[in-house]
Design a protein around this ligand. Structure first.
Ligand SMILES: [Zn+2]
Length: 398
């Protein structure tokens, strides 16, 4: 699509600008303003959607609210069609995960360096590159195609990395469409499935005493026993994964990660408490509530003094249909824009796609090291994403 090619430089600039606005959890607004003003300029009607924390807490589909929602909203923009057509929702998340050891990066995480055909930085791949490509595609549809019947909806949501309440609140407020595309970095494949995820938080209390009066075991040992119990659950889940869709993607699709450990103030003092925060994956054969129950039972047996709570995610595994009118529209657009057949993919983690009812796929650029050091997105794949998505949108909304 020539219109997109001519604006490849603008697309990279937009992605750079988004990377330079560090939209960590709780600090999304500066980046959201970039998105909102872009869509306003493109002629969209732009709104903000707030999260109802009390309703989220009560709904098992939602996440546990991680923070106060004051001043933190998702951006929703609409471009109305002439009527009688199919609607489309293009979505991306604005939030990024924190940087561990920024001094270890060759390309500073918030600089938005462009070199070697890539944009570098936290969020470049996951997923500001894909979001920028979707924004350009949306603008192309709004500016170039003036005879469309279906409504185009664009959203930039918060908290995808921490429970999903941005997307949950956008959908709950009635911003739904006949098909949904999410610009996660799928390497130009049709991502249609993701695992379940819960985040257990394990707390072991200690005596807060002098080391002279301690010994034999302490809160760390109780936590170690609790983590060992989670590891045995992880091994069981993965041993039984062979006939699942996720086993085609990985030999160990349901990972347990101990992401954070906190506590203690002095080497010669027993801590008052130690806390371990973990991430636990699982498949379509379990609900989040079942896995939470299983975790509670196993930790209670292995380390009765360890308290179990849950944060952020109660994400069920999902598998959207990769066939049907909408996936075929995307496949044809991929074929016609790029001259190649597309593939499907499954992800051994979750995305906001789990919250969407009806046809929904992830489709986005080629990226690497997301959540890691020197995260990147390939520039060429940004323009390809924009071209394919614009073409698919034009045909779907026609
Ligand atoms: Zn993402």
């Amino acid at each position: 699509m020539g219109w997109i090619e001519e604006r490849q430089g603008e697309l990279v600039e937009l992605a750079v600008e988004l990377v330079r606005a560090p939209s960590l959890l709780g600090q999304e607004e500066a980046a959201q303003q970039i998105v909102a003003s872009y869509l306003e300029t493109a002629g969209f009607q732009v709104r903000r959607v707030e999260v109802d924390a009390i309703a989220a807490l009560a709904d098992e589909q939602a996440g546990y609210p991680p923070l106060d929602y004051t001043g933190r909203t998702s951006v929703v923009a609409t471009h109305a069609g002439g009527g009688g057509g199919r609607s489309l929702h293009l979505s991306g998340h604005i939030d990024v995960v924190p940087v561990d050891e920024p001094e270890g990066w060759q390309h500073p995480p918030w600089a938005g360096d462009v070199s070697a055909g890539k944009l570098w930085g936290r969020g470049s791949g996951d997923m500001k590159g894909g979001l920028a490509a979707y924004l350009l595609a949306a603008r192309a549809v709004a500016e170039v195609c003036d005879d469309l019947r279906g409504d185009l909806l664009v959203s930039s949501v918060i908290e995808e990395e921490c429970g999903g309440n941005g997307m949950w609140s956008v959908l709950r407020s009635g911003h739904v469409a006949d098909a949904t595309l999410i610009g996660e970095p799928t390497g130009l494949t049709l991502g249609h499935a993701g695992t379940g995820v819960v985040w257990p938080r394990l707390t072991a209390a200690g005596t807060a005493d002098h080391a002279a009066h301690a010994g034999r075991e302490g809160p760390f040992d109780h936590l170690a026993a609790a983590v060992a119990a989670l590891r045995s659950l992880e091994a069981e889940l993965n041993r039984n994964a062979h006939d699942s869709i996720f086993a085609t993607a990985s030999a160990w699709p349901y990972g347990l990660t101990i992401g954070r450990i906190e506590g203690g103030v002095w080497t010669s003092s027993v801590p008052s408490a130690l806390v371990v925060r973990a991430r636990c994956g699982f498949g379509l054969d379990h609900s989040p509530a079942e896995i939470q129950h299983e975790i509670r039972v196993r930790v209670a047996a292995a380390a009765p003094s360890v308290r179990v709570d849950f944060d952020a995610f109660r994400a069920q595994a999902y598998c959207h249909d990769a066939t049907g009118p909408f996936p075929e529209t995307l496949r044809a657009a991929h074929r016609d824009a790029l001259g190649a057949e597309s593939r499907t993919s499954v992800f051994t983690a979750t995305t906001d796609a789990r919250l969407v009812e009806g046809p929904c796929l992830c489709y986005g650029p080629t990226a690497g090291a997301y959540h890691g050091r020197d995260e990147w997105v390939e520039l060429d794949s940004l323009a390809k994403t924009a071209a394919v998505v614009a073409l698919a949108a034009q045909r779907w909304l026609a």
